[in-house]
Write a protein that binds this ligand. Structure first.
Ligand SMILES: *Cc1c(COP(=O)(O)O)cnc(C)c1O
Length: 236
């Protein structure tokens, strides 16, 4: 099944709009657009959209549910040629082995148990995986995942000592707060991380609603769903 011509046109238009927003945010921040990677989040949308996006030049695809993502990106013939796959959702350690079979980058490493499970899975499938430590910028809502800033150094050491590559950090801006203020705190955590791990330069922050603030505060990877794919089917 491939996407209809109407759907391809819609994705193309939305992608162009988001790329313009990213370019404008980079210009405003004095950054180069090639410093920022757009990870298009395709959760709840069909494989045909993933293929259409790849044909439109998207290089990075993100998913947040282990089972759905494995079905979409591993079982259906693997990810499209040349596309990097990102797992961005909360991860249970019993699902980590499955994710390790297909993910190139896991953004949601938030405890040592996950590091171990991903490391085992990567070794079993002979793959190399980059791990980002998810930072909890709120602290009052543990259900959303993430490690508290104070716990990041020890977790970073655990990733660096494992077979995973320590890529950097990821965060979701807390609800009910100015995302810019939250991303300032994230940038501080990132700076401390780079003092110990100079190669851990990835900073995954910014979604459809706050990508400008994320670019302003140093994001290298934006995770954008709705602005490109439209409202998720479950929200219709
Ligand atoms: C769904 C999701 C996104 C994308 O959010 P949009 O607002 O649709 O752009 C980004 N990050 C994570 C962790 C997500 O689960």
């Amino acid at each position: 099944m491939s996407a209809t011509p109407e759907r391809v046109a819609e994705l193309e238009t939305n992608l162009a709009t988001v790329r313009e927003r990213v370019d404008a945010a980079c210009a405003a921040a004095g950054r180069q657009p090639d410093e920022v990677t757009l990870v298009v989040v395709t959760k709840y949308f069909p494989r045909s959209d993933v293929d259409a996006l790849a044909a439109l030049g998207v290089t990075d695809i993100g998913e947040n549910k282990a089972q759905e993502a494995s079905a979409k990106l591993a079982e259906e013939g693997g990810a499209p040629e040349g596309v990097r796959t990102h797992f961005i959702g909360q991860l249970q350690s019993n699902k980590a082995g499955e994710v390790a079979r297909w993910a190139d980058v896991v953004h949601s490493v938030d405890r040592v148990k996950i590091v171990r499970a991903l490391d085992r899975g990567a070794q079993a499938s002979g793959r190399s995986i980059t791990g980002l430590i998810q930072v909890d910028l709120d602290g009052s809502d543990p259900g959303r995942g993430g490690a508290l800033p104070a716990d990041v150094p020890a977790l970073a050491d655990a990733v660096a000592e494992s077979g995973l590559t320590l890529g950097g950090l990821m965060a979701v801006a807390p609800r009910g707060e100015d995302p810019g203020a939250a991303f300032v705190r994230l940038a501080e955590v990132a700076e401390r991380l780079r003092a110990e791990h100079p190669d851990a330069t990835m900073l995954s922050a910014g979604m459809s609603g706050d990508l400008e603030q994320a670019v302003a505060h140093g994001a290298t990877h934006l995770r954008v769903g709705t602005a490109i794919l439209g409202s998720r089917p479950s929200h219709r």
